[in-house]
Design a protein around this ligand. Structure first.
Ligand SMILES: Cc1ncc(C[n+]2csc(CCOP(=O)(O)OP(=O)(O)O)c2C)c(N)n1
Length: 562
């Protein structure tokens, strides 16, 4: 079938045919034909954000929560450049986001036209693929290819830049059957191990005295939860979840240890330093996990399974590398791996455990806040955390039970992520509680999105851990810069009044006894609600590995001033 449509109509039709029904964006001159064409496609819901960065983070949150392509739209120049942080976030964390940007008309390209920015050049390093569409006849295929690229293999962001005159140009629209991709869902490539490699990995698992299973975001992306759990239970291998792997394994499972690396518990990092085998699945061995790679897991052979060939051997030397989908490869392992229980090793790790170093002297502790949140949401909650100390407390202490219920900016560590990303998560999971947990710094970066939540009816819940500081940076200044707090004290508005200005319920909590009522009422509210948690100002996140240090040398208290 073919019809003659304008470029803008072709964009809409291609999106609809790819299964897209929602997008986040902000209009402007160079993208106006597309916004006009939206009138003809009521099935494409467009949510108007307050800043294009939020559109990209929201599309990312939607993509992470749904496994489908997340779409954001911006005009040329400043609209497009405002997307960059969101695209870089999605790029680092492997999230399938499609950005559609308007561009100045083709005759104006390269002439410093009003709002002309070479956005393909600007976003080259932070996208998996990008393209400037030069003719309407190529538009549909350029979009389809971009969506397919975003979803295949290690997912990632793509950008399609469409000059204004191409949006107005008429061309033929042909539907192209794309069976595996029509729904906008991820096409799984099922790279499997050959017999020799499979035998090698099975032998390594059978003969190891101290094996560990270290799982990351790839387990969530590929839906490998059941397979990984079976592998752990069959072999008794203790399980470590990276920051982005959190919630890929039940937090309270007896084989679950927790998060490794810079803010990993001491016994977890010690287990890594003692292990003789690490089976890394769908993770990158990034520097926040490994510390100094020269001292990382000195006794361990590493088997690394990842969909991204470039990740294997990049940071740590591997004994066996397997390029493949986490679920497919772990399921293949399950066909042959023999049962064992690793009891002596598990006891050895248990003996290393000690009571957690409390971040707060008392009162309103992260345990109380996060434990209560899990309780009042009855486990039916996705937590979207921002970046900083609160993010680490969530990662260390929230009792995640269900898969993919922890969403955060891991690789880029982009403050301001949580509030807009939570809007995307909410759209993907309208029936569930979605809580954005931010610090007072990160919250102030994108709090303008409360207006979006109201206008678009998104019942996102907002928790602000207010310590009056850019806490994580203040902690580094305390530890490593002689306690000189340079530009980390940060003033906040009255958050309860702010909530009032937006017409949403607002709560200020200063004492542990007030936590439950505030969180419960906010959670129960029909629309968005905001809870400010006034926490101890100079609390620190422990344990901590000094940046670039060895996992064997954790800090469990602030170092003495130099
Ligand atoms: C966009 C951006 N700018 C700067 C940083 C550096 N940074 C990392 S954590 C942090 C402090 C965060 O403070 P806040 O949001 O108040 O959270 P807290 O650490 O106090 O929990 C900063 C400034 C960053 N990660 N992202």
């Amino acid at each position: 079938m073919s019809e003659v449509l304008t470029g803008s109509q072709i964009i809409c039709r291609t999106l609809v045919d790819a299964g897209v029904d929602v997008m986040f964006g902000y209009p402007g001159g160079a993208i106006m034909p597309f916004y006009d064409a939206l009138h003809g496609h009521p099935g494409l819901r467009h949510l108007l954000v307050r800043h294009e960065q939020a559109a990209a983070h929201a599309a990312d949150g939607y993509a992470r929560a749904s496994g489908r392509i997340g779409v954001c739209v911006a005009t040329s120049g400043p609209g497009a450049t405002n997307l960059v942080t969101g695209l870089a976030t999605a790029h680092m964390d492997g999230s399938p986001v499609l950005a559609i940007t308007g561009q100045v008309g083709r005759p104006m390209l390269g002439r410093d036209a009003f709002q002309e920015t070479d956005v393909v050049g600007v976003t080259m390093p932070v996208t998996k693929h990008n393209v400037l569409v030069r003719d309407v006849e190529e538009l549909a295929d350029d979009l389809r290819d971009a969506i397919a690229i975003a979803l295949e293999g290690r997912p990632g962001p793509v950008l399609v830049d469409v000059p204004k005159d191409v949006q107005n140009q008429k061309g033929e629209y042909r539907t192209r059957p794309h069976p595996s991709r029509r729904s906008g869902e991820r096409a799984v490539s099922r790279g499997l191990m050959d017999e020799a490699t499979l035998g090698q990995v099975v032998q390594l698992i059978a003969s190891a005295q101290r094996p560990l299973l270290m799982i990351g975001h790839g387990v969530i992306v590929s839906g490998a939860y059941d397979a990984v759990r079976q592998l752990a239970e069959r072999t008794g291998m203790p399980v470590i979840t990276t920051l982005l792997g959190i919630s890929a394994f039940p937090q309270a499972h007896q084989l679950h240890l927790g998060m490794p690396g810079m803010h990993g518990e001491v016994h977890i990092n010690k287990a890594i330093q003692t292990a003789d085998l690490i089976l890394g699945v769908g993770m990158r061995f990034d520097d926040r996990v490994t510390g100094n790679t020269a001292t990382f897991a000195p006794r361990a052979k590493i088997v690394h399974i990842d969909i991204d060939a470039a990740a294997i051997g990049r940071n740590v030397p591997v004994a066996v590398g397997v390029v493949g989908d986490a679920r497919a490869v772990v399921e293949q392992l399950l066909t042959v791996v023999a049962p064992r229980d690793c009891m002596p090793w598990r006891k050895e790790i248990a003996a290393l455990m000690r009571p957690r170093v409390e971040a707060f002297a008392g009162g309103l502790s992260p345990e109380v806040i996060l434990g209560t949140l899990a309780e009042v949401t009855d486990g039916n909650c996705t937590v979207v955390s921002d970046v900083g100390q609160h993010q680490m407390w969530v990662a260390q202490r929230y009792p995640f039970q269900r898969p993919n219920t922890h969403i955060t900016s891991g690789g880029l560590g982009a403050m301001g992520f949580a509030v807009p990303a939570a809007m995307g998560v909410h759209l993907a999971r309208p029936g569930e509680s979605v809580w954005a947990i931010s610090g007072d710094g990160g919250f102030q970066m994108n709090m303008a999105e409360i207006a979006t939540m109201i206008q678009e009816r998104l019942a996102v819940k907002l928790a602000v851990f207010n310590n009056g500081y850019l806490g994580m940076v203040r902690q580094w200044q305390q530890f490593f810069h002689g306690g000189r707090y340079s530009n980390t004290p940060i003033w906040s508005p009255d958050y309860v009044k702010l909530a009032g200005a937006y017409g949403i319920p607002g709560f200020r909590v200063k004492h542990a006894a007030e936590v439950q009522d505030a969180l419960r009422e906010a959670n129960r509210a029909r629309g968005p609600a905001l809870v400010e948690l006034v926490i101890e100002q100079e609390a620190n996140v422990f344990p901590m590995i000094v940046p670039g240090g060895s996992l064997s040398e954790p800090l469990e208290a602030a170092p003495a001033p130099a």
